[in-house]
Write a protein that binds this ligand. Structure first.
Ligand SMILES: NC(=O)c1ccc[n+]([C@@H]2O[C@H](COP(=O)([O-])OP(=O)(O)OC[C@H]3O[C@@H](n4cnc5c(N)ncnc54)[C@H](O)[C@@H]3O)[C@@H](O)[C@H]2O)c1
Length: 424
């Protein structure tokens, strides 16, 4: 028995699902294969994901593979009630926007009550609940998949402490996930959200991108394409990534960007976008250096990259001037605008719409094939990488959907690439 906000919203929700279905060709190809071979027959799947139209198509794909699916939301605020109502006509759904903490955990437990064999999680709350409160269900579990960085970090800690009781695929760490999601998805949705929130022209503006990793590179490229004058900021040393800030700064320089420290860039930027994964990247020492009417936004980690508490402290006034825009007036009268309270600007509604549909098509394609892999293999109770053939297959399916078909190497080329004898 599902629990959603309003069953009457199902008609509108089905329209949303249809639009996503039309625009998710990777999942469509996987669904065709699933319908034919039913690889998930007799499998019960429990999911804890942002419940909106793109997720809905993943859930439909799993059901098409023969699974019975029960879903709750991994975030109390992000459920699309229309989509939840439409999905509730096809499977068990326990989700609505605006759940309180108690309801959130009740819904997790409703989903677990279905005695799942496979878990799909986003942030590890479902997997954690299984290990802490519902240990009687562990013997049924074949494995799981995790969607995000935060979830994988928690799982690695469980693995390290030998607390993890079943195998989990770190979908987040697939190469095609970084490529689709962090680089192209974050870039497009971030720029889109900034344009919707501010309605300002980016051409001719000085835009400062802080952090030139997967996300930052994509954002800088898109800003350049729109005619902004882009400055890239990196850090001296290696922080939260296996690549050095020195290498990334040099890569940015060779890509044609001006590169400097945040203290220097603070003086020039009209608009700032942080994407570092670290905290207080723009802080009390930088606010006095900013130009009047500078705009600050974050596409990186939670709401910590801009030191908002310090900005509040240094301001004589703060007011929400329009949706997603807060104006801070410093004591000298200078005004600074912060988008979406410094939270992920591309996700914060109403201006942030999340990743484009095609991006989630790729990410959820990895989920669907990883679930099949868990169903078909006996794995050790560790955190596993997405198998390389699944990772490659997703890129191949995305290319096929665009009509791009690559040729296989000839046997001679394969032999040559593997030989150490043939030098010339
Ligand atoms: N908004 C979204 O939808 C979205 C999507 C994917 C990832 N993310 C988040 O974005 C963040 C970045 O992800 P990524 O994949 O680009 O990571 P990454 O590790 O590839 O890149 C981060 C970069 O920031 C640099 N950096 C760290 N501290 C810095 C500092 N103080 N000043 C300047 N540069 C600094 C690092 O040297 C690195 O090059 C992460 O928190 C990730 O979870 C957000």
């Amino acid at each position: 028995m599902s629990k959603v906000k309003d069953e009457k919203l199902a008609v509108k929700g089905e329209q949303e699902l249809e639009w996503a279905r039309i625009n998710m060709p990777v999942l469509a190809q996987i669904r065709d294969e699933f319908v034919k071979n039913k690889p998930l027959r007799n499998i019960r799947i429990a999911t804890c994901l942002h419940l909106e139209k793109k997720t809905g198509i993943l859930l439909e794909t799993l059901a098409a593979g023969g699974a019975s699916v029960a879903s709750c939301s991994c975030n109390p605020l992000t459920t699309d009630d229309k989509v939840a109502a439409a999905l509730a006509k096809k499977m068990e759904v326990f989700a609505w926007a605006g759940q309180n903490d108690k309801e959130y955990y009740e819904n997790i437990n409703h989903v677990l009550d279905t005695k799942p064999h496979i878990i799909i999680d986003d942030g590890c709350d479902l997997i954690f609940a299984l290990h802490k409160d519902r240990t009687e269900l562990l013997e049924n579990i074949k494995g799981g998949c995790e969607e995000t960085t935060t979830g994988v970090t928690r799982l690695k800690a469980m693995e390290r402490d030998k607390a993890l009781k079943f195998p989990v695929i770190a979908v987040n760490n697939a190469y095609s996930k970084f490529l689709f999601d962090n680089r192209f998805g974050t870039a497009e949705s971030t720029i889109n959200a900034i344009m919707v929130a501010t309605n300002k022209l980016l051409a001719g503006k000085t835009a400062v991108v802080v952090g030139y990793g997967w996300c930052g590179r994509g954002i800088a490229d898109r800003l350049k394409g729109l005619g902004a004058n882009v400055i890239v900021v990196e850090i001296a040393g290696t922080l939260g990534t296996d690549q050095s800030g020195f290498h990334r700064a040099l890569e940015a320089l060779y890509s044609g960007y001006r590169v400097m420290s945040i203290t220097e860039a603070a003086k020039y930027g009209d608009i700032f976008i942080t994407a570092t994964g670290n905290k207080h990247i723009i802080n009390s020492s930088h606010f006095p250096l900013l130009k009047n009417k500078a705009i600050l936004s974050n596409a990186g980690h939670f709401n910590v990259e801009i030191d908002i508490p310090a900005l509040k402290e240094m301001s004589k006034n703060a007011r929400e001037i329009k949706d997603n825009v807060t104006e801070y007036e410093l004591k000298d009268g200078k005004k600074i605008y912060v988008l979406s309270d410094g939270r992920l600007v591309n996700l914060a509604r109403p201006s942030g719409q999340g990743h484009p549909i095609e991006i989630m098509d790729g990410s959820f394609g990895i989920q669907a094939l990883s679930v099949k892999y868990v169903a078909e293999n006996k794995l050790q109770p560790n955190v596993h990488d997405v198998p390389r053939d699944i990772d490659e297959r997703i890129a191949e399916l995305a290319l096929l959907a665009q009509g791009v078909r690559l040729e296989k190497p000839t046997p001679e080329q394969v032999k040559y690439s593997q030989s150490w004898e043939e030098g010339t």
